[in-house]
Structures are given as structure tokens and as C-alpha cells.
Design a binder for this molecule. Structure first.
Ligand code: NAP
Length: 246
């Protein structure tokens, strides 16, 4: 089943992005898998999709590098002539006491998490405006809503994404483009590999639905926002978090 729509997902070599790519391909999208370092993992996601009859390609680009982002966008437009859905998922996180956050760590976090989403969106937006349609889905985090101790830099970067989403939704709504934000709770991916099983259990215990989330929980939310069922939803933050933050 091909729906003839093109979906680009950044940071799709593993974790949440890989699951979004896989589920989008099953839903019939032509999927562009962006990655930066994990080429082999990205190729595996691509191969898994192709094995199941889906359509996808992998494109390497560091989302924080303006020239690489321009090339990524040009390659997609040359190949498909359009982008229907952009999922800004690539992100990094780290733990640090506030007083130990170096300027380099602060800049790196904002370069990837905030400037990355800005650069990728700025590159693809003109083609959406030209066609007067498109969906942009920015991945924030529950920590961007409520803040996380020892993750001030990460929380601030994820809060910036919420502001960017809301402001851009107002600006491009008249051009027929919806911009929304997905702010997941704690999700079982490599990003949380520093957490011990005890940490994960206590996070699950604090969650009304009594478990931490899966990449599939996030992918389903993203695909809903990408679908026609969400055509009157823009500027919103949807948080698949099991009730962890209400
Ligand atoms: P992950 O497993 O660590 O995967 C991160 C992905 O981002 C990888 O595919 C990585 O690609 C890519 N990436 C990192 N820097 C990049 C760059 N400069 N350019 C392009 N791609 C880059 O993380 P995840 O848990 O799936 O997280 C995905 C998103 O969800 C992030 O924005 C994260 O902040 C957000 N989130 C995660 C959780 C959670 O609990 N896991 C909760 C809330 C929000 P390469 O390996 O190829 O470099």
C-alpha cells in the first residue's frame, strides 16, 4: 500500500526515529531516513522496510550543519519533488549538574536539538509553502514541559522546541501547513541507557499507566498528527507519557 506521500524523519537510525520510519513505511509513505553517525543501523532500518514491501532511502546529514541540511533537502526534492511530512526527531541528551554544564555542552545540545530543527524546517518549508500544504512534527520531551533535574540544558532545548512549534504554527497556518509538537515521556531507547533497571522501575511506578513508553507509542502519535484525521490540529503539544505529567 503506497499513499504517495513523502515523509522525512531526522535521526532515524535507531530509537524513536527508526520506529517512526518503519511505521510510516507500513502506512504507505515514501520514507527518508536521515542519520548522522550510525550508517549501518540506518541501512538496517531501510532494509527492514524494503523487506516488507515499503519504500525508503537513507541520507546522511548532521542536522546542526547548515550545508549538510541544504544537501539533504536538495536530494529529497530532486528525488521526490516534494515533502508532505517532516518529522524533526534527531536529538541528543546528557546528564549534568547545572554548575558543571560547560559552555561547549550547552552549545552542542542547542546546536543539535534546537538549531537542527530550525535548519531542517527552514530548508523544507519553502517547498511546502509553494504547494500550500504540509505537516511538520517536532519532537520535544516531557522535560521541556516540566523540567528535569540535572538536565537543565536538555530541558531548556526541548522547551525551545515548544515555543518554535507554536510560533511557526501561527506563521504558516495561512499557508495550509500544520506544525505540532510531540513531547514523549520516558521511552525505552538507547538515550536512556544510563538509567539502571531500578531507575526505570521507579519511573514506571510514578506513571499512572504503570510502565515507561515504547518507541511505538511515540510513532503512533506522530502518524496520527501526520494523517488527515489531524487536519484541524496545529500549534499543539501532545505528550504520550502514560500520565507521568498531567
Ligand atoms: P536515540 O536512541 O539516542 O537516537 C537518537 C537519534 O538521533 C539517532 O538516530 C541519531 O543518529 C540521531 N542524531 C543525533 N544527533 C544527530 C545529528 N546531529 N544529526 C542527525 N541525526 C542525529 O534517541 P531517542 O530516544 O530515539 O530520541 C529521539 C528523539 O526523542 C530525541 O529528540 C529525544 O530528545 C526525544 N525524546 C526521547 C525520549 C526518551 O526517553 N528516549 C523522551 C522524550 C523525547 P546517529 O546515531 O546516526 O548519529
Amino acid at each position: 500500500m503506497i499513499n504517495n506521500k513523502v515523509l522525512v524523519v531526522t535521526g532515524a537510525s535507531r530509537g524513536i526515529g527508526a520506529e517512526i520510519a518503519y511505521r510510516a513505511a507500513l502506512a504507505g509513505y515514501y520514507v527518508v531516513i536521515n542519520y548522522n553517525n550510525s550508517e549501518e543501523a540506518a541501512q538496517k532500518v531501510c532494509a527492514r522496510i524494503k523487506n516488507e514491501g515499503g519504500k525508503s532511502i537513507c541520507i546522511k546529514a548532521d542536522v546542526s550543519d547548515e550545508a549538510q541540511v541544504k544537501t539533504l533537502c536538495q536530494k529529497v526534492l530532486d528525488l521526490y519533488g516534494r515533502v508532505d511530512v517532516l518529522v524533526n526527531n534527531a536529538g541528543i541528551s546528557s546528564f549534568s549538574l547545572f554548575t558543571d554544564i560547560t559552555t561547549e555542552l550547552w552549545d552542542k545540545t542547542f546546536d543539535v536539538n534546537v538549531k537542527g530543527q530550525f535548519l531542517v524546517t527552514r530548508a523544507f518549508l519553502p517547498s511546502m509553502i509553494h504547494r500550500k500544504e504540509g505537516k511538520i512534527i517536532n519532537i520535544s520531551s516531557v522535560w521541556g514541559i516540566c523540567g528535569s533535574s540535572c538536565e537543565v540544558h536538555y530541558s531548556a532545548s526541548k522547551a525551545a522546541i515548544i515555543g518554535m512549534t507554536k510560533a511557526l504554527a501561527k506563521e504558516v497556518g495561512p499557508s495550509g501547513i500544520c506544525v505540532n509538537c510531540v513531547a514523549p515521556g520516558v521511552i525505552d531507547t538507547e538515550m536512556n541507557k544510563a538509567l539502571t533497571p531500578e531507575d526505570l522501575k521507579s519511573l514506571a511506578d510514578e506513571t499512572p499507566l504503570e510502565r515507561i513508553g515504547t518507541a511505538y507509542d511515540v510513532a503512533k502519535t506522530v502518524l496520527f498528527l501526520a494523517s488527515d484525521d489531524a487536519s484541524f490540529i496545529t500549534g499543539q503539544v501532545i505528550s504520550p507519557n502514560g500520565g507521568f505529567v498531567i
